[in-house]
Design a protein around this ligand. Structure first.
Ligand code: ZN
Length: 451
């Protein structure tokens, strides 16, 4: 029997309207059509969500799941539960902090084995481009990674090596040939080392010290270098977690030139501001750092003008003791913020205040990330032929974040205690309910997704 889901606000690439999402009969939860309610087959089994909004299932292209090897930090089981509670139905996993790092096909296969039968939602993998794996890049591409991630600076954790310009230039022909994007952690050590020289005797409990240690110039220098290499080698360049809005004019100029560049920012850069971060508040340590309130406004402007394509969480949890909350020293705390379960309302509240709508949310958090990971044919929008992944969203409701709502392995996040707007009522994966009102489906249906 045909199955359909109706809501007053179904958010599609063509706009938002009262509509029905009709599934293919017995075809594994694929959308047959998004149509008017009057066009449904008479015998369709219908679920009507009334005035709630139906958003496409969100796609997060920047998640550190940390499994295999560091499952005590997060892992597939808990990350995908947090994702389901947050309205995410597809995660793309970063190749580092897991052991082994995803820099060879053998490591990718170990990750697949670790993920099997543990996932509440779907996932895919990024591969790593490190100092010595140039020969592994094309095999990784053939084995199904969605692109490559590299660090131009020490990644904060041993194992996954940063890549220097010389090694990068050895890797770029293969990356260009693969047609897959290169995701770059864009900070260069030079400006950071110079800043550190002046901070030897600084008070590392102060957020201002940490902010000064990772200046805008570190991002700007890295982005300039990558634009130059992009022009030279013709690969697809993706700047992850852009924190400084000062880079936007140069990035936009490069794109206007025709270079294939995309840009992401993260919920924490759009929500918090340096002026509001208390000393010792190491839960807010991440790299690049959260910058000032004027910069935050400029990032929103970047989203408005299209210079920033998408929002990804950079969900990067760790055991609580690594955040060194008692000590409060920013130089010793792990850099990473966990936000999978709350990122949607974190972004939505400010988006509404700044005059954006549900279509913008769907574009930034589902459609554009799916495109960046080469998964647009499968996920990221409510339209015929795509997986019936969607979020039942209540855009007007409010709630206060509690530790119980995080669903991550460790219930720590700087968002605990924040009052947010927009509640994820339910999440569906390929037409099946996986999360509703704080409860999860018993069956784990998540799997690796391929284009
Ligand atoms: Zn990251």
């Amino acid at each position: 029997m045909a199955q359909a889901f109706i809501a007053d606000r179904v958010v599609t690439p063509q706009g938002t309207r009262r509509a029905a999402v009709l599934l293919e009969d017995g075809a594994g939860g694929v959308i047959r059509a998004v149509c008017n309610v009057g066009e449904l087959p008479v015998n369709a089994r219908v679920t009507d969500f009334g005035e709630r909004a139906l958003l496409p299932g969100l796609v997060d292209t920047h998640v550190h799941i940390n499994e295999p090897g560091r499952t005590e930090w997060e892992g597939f089981a808990t990350a995908t539960r947090a994702a389901a509670a947050g309205g995410y139905t597809t995660l793309v996993d970063m190749p580092l902090n897991c052991l082994p790092e995803t820099t060879t096909v053998a490591a990718l296969e170990l990750k697949r084995a670790a993920a099997a039968r543990r996932c509440m939602v779907d996932w895919a993998a990024w591969g790593g481009a490190v100092e010595d794996n140039q020969a592994d890049l094309l095999p990784l591409a053939r084995a199904g990674v969605r692109g490559f991630k590299c660090f131009l600076i020490y990644p904060g954790c041993d194992g996954f090596t940063m890549i220097g310009r010389k090694q990068l230039e050895r890797a770029l022909p293969a990356i260009a040939e693969s047609g897959l994007p290169l995701l770059v952690h864009a900070e260069l050590a030079g400006p950071i080392d110079a800043a550190m020289e002046t901070l030897r005797d600084a008070d590392w409990r102060r957020y201002a010290t940490y902010l000064a240690s990772r200046p805008d110039e570190a991002e700007l220098a890295a982005i300039r270098m990558m634009i130059q290499l992009c022009r030279e080698y013709g690969f697809r360049l993706h700047i992850v977690h852009l924190a400084t809005a000062l880079a936007l004019p140069e990035l936009s100029a490069a794109r206007a030139e025709g270079l294939p560049i995309t840009v992401e920012t993260c919920p924490h850069y759009l929500y918090f501001a340096a002026e509001e971060i208390g000393d010792g508040a190491t839960l807010l340590k991440c790299a690049p750092p959260i910058r000032g309130a004027g910069n935050r406004d400029a990032l929103w402007q970047g989203l408005r003008e299209g210079g920033i394509d998408l929002i990804a969480t950079d969900h990067s949890p760790c055991p609580p003791e690594m955040k060194r909350v008692d000590e409060g020293r920013f130089d010793r705390a792990w850099g990473g913020i966990a936000s999978l379960s709350v990122a949607l309302p974190v972004v939505w509240g400010d988006a509404v205040r700044r005059g954006f709508g549900l279509e913008d949310l769907a574009r930034w958090m589902a459609e554009a990330p799916a495109a960046r990971a080469g998964l647009s044919g499968r996920v990221g929008s409510l339209q015929a032929g795509r997986d019936a992944n969607f979020v039942v969203f209540d855009p007007e409701a409010e709630f206060t974040v509690t530790a119980e709502r995080l669903h991550t392995r460790h219930a720590i996040s700087p968002y605990v205690g924040e009052r947010l707007r927009g509640v994820v009522r339910a999440t569906y994966l390929r037409g099946e309910l996986v999360y509703e009102g704080g409860r999860f489906a018993g069956e784990l249906r998540g799997r690796e997704i391929r284009p």
